[in-house]
Design a protein around this ligand. Structure first.
Ligand code: FUB
Length: 319
């Protein structure tokens, strides 16, 4: 017994000295979900939702979004809760998935929240946009009303189908807003980033559930999204951001102890990274999730290799 205790303490010392890296989850001091990384001026900013449901409670309690930053992928500074649904006077709460992008010197943080409207058609989930001169705030409501409300999309009959915004800006400067639960929707954005510039289009990628993430690599457009339930991450590619999209397969199998997962993909200092969430922290679960990061690898033809989910995580990038 004594020998066992000694070994346990030795292991603990070894781990806490940082000699064995168990980086995942990368955020351990709070429960976080829906990672949206942004690389700006050589720094990774990580925008995340914040799970605060009590143990055993089977519903989301998400009061705000946090911003973290890192330059080595291992040490993350939490800048704090930099946005909450309270900023949007028209929202009744629910800090669901969100993504922040940079355009023309400003940071636009697209969020999904509940709409407080008494008009039943406007209730349910809505997309709003906050703006700031800095990646860590202060963010204020850019529009004073929702950018997308429930009655603007009618193909899905459930009230939470306008979730999970992601914004992609193409090389020609055209910005696109993608979002959706049950079906994927997209619309062009005006250069001001706070108005739609055309109709809302709806389509259904194979197995699509929610959480689109759109980007371009080597001339090919990628639409990565949460599929099925419990969720896997799957993807399509296209030669245009408006499709047609060709289904390419699975990026991530289901995540441990969470029925959802959520993709966020960046290239940083020569490597590709895949952010997602699981429920592996002590007392964690589907409503107490944790953000992780692992490497993403492409094949020579641009297809994505399935992500290996690890507890070790990624290596620290040396300065
Ligand atoms: O975090 C709340 C919801 O869970 C998100 O909007 C979905 O993408 C799923 O991760």
């Amino acid at each position: 017994m004594k020998q066992f205790t000694v070994i346990m303490y030795a292991l603990l010392a070894y781990f806490s000295a940082g000699k064995v890296l168990a980086q995942n989850p990368v955020i351990k001091h709070i429960f976080t979900a829906d990672p949206a990384p942004l690389v700006h001026d050589g720094i990774i900013y990580l925008y995340v939702g914040h799970d605060t449901a009590a143990v055993g409670v089977e519903s989301y309690k998400m009061p705000d979004w946090h911003v973290l930053s890192s330059t080595d992928m291992v040490n993350w500074k939490d800048h704090g809760a930099k946005l909450s649904p309270d900023v949007f006077s028209w929202s009744s709460g629910g800090a669901f998935a969100a993504q922040c992008v940079f355009r023309n010197g400003k940071f636009y943080w697209y969020v999904s929240v509940n709409h407080k409207s008494n008009d039943v058609s406007k209730g349910g989930c809505a997309v709003g946009v906050a703006v700031s001169d800095s990646p860590v705030g202060n963010f204020k409501d850019a529009l004073g009303k929702a950018l997308i409300t429930n009655e603007m999309t009618t193909d899905m009959k459930h009230s939470w189908d306008d979730l999970d915004p992601t914004v992609f800006i193409d090389d020609d400067g055209q910005a696109y807003l993608f979002w959706g639960n049950g079906s994927c929707k997209y619309a062009r954005l005006k250069e001001n980033m706070i108005e739609l510039d055309g109709p809302i289009n709806t389509f259904k990628p194979t197995d699509f559930t929610e959480a689109p993430w759109v980007y371009k690599r080597n001339g090919l457009y990628y639409l990565v999204y949460a599929a099925n339930m419990p969720e896997t991450i799957e993807y399509c590619t296209a030669s245009s951001p408006t499709g047609p999209w060709t289904y390419r397969g699975v990026v991530q199998d289901t995540s441990v102890n969470s029925f959802t997962t959520h993709p966020g993909i960046i290239d940083y200092r020569g490597k590709s990274y895949f952010f997602y969430h699981n429920g592996v922290l002590p007392t964690g679960g589907g409503y107490r999730r944790s953000v992780c990061v692992d490497y993403l690898y492409y094949n020579p033809d641009g297809t994505i290799q399935k992500v290996v989910q690890t507890t070790k995580g990624v290596e620290r990038i040396k300065e």
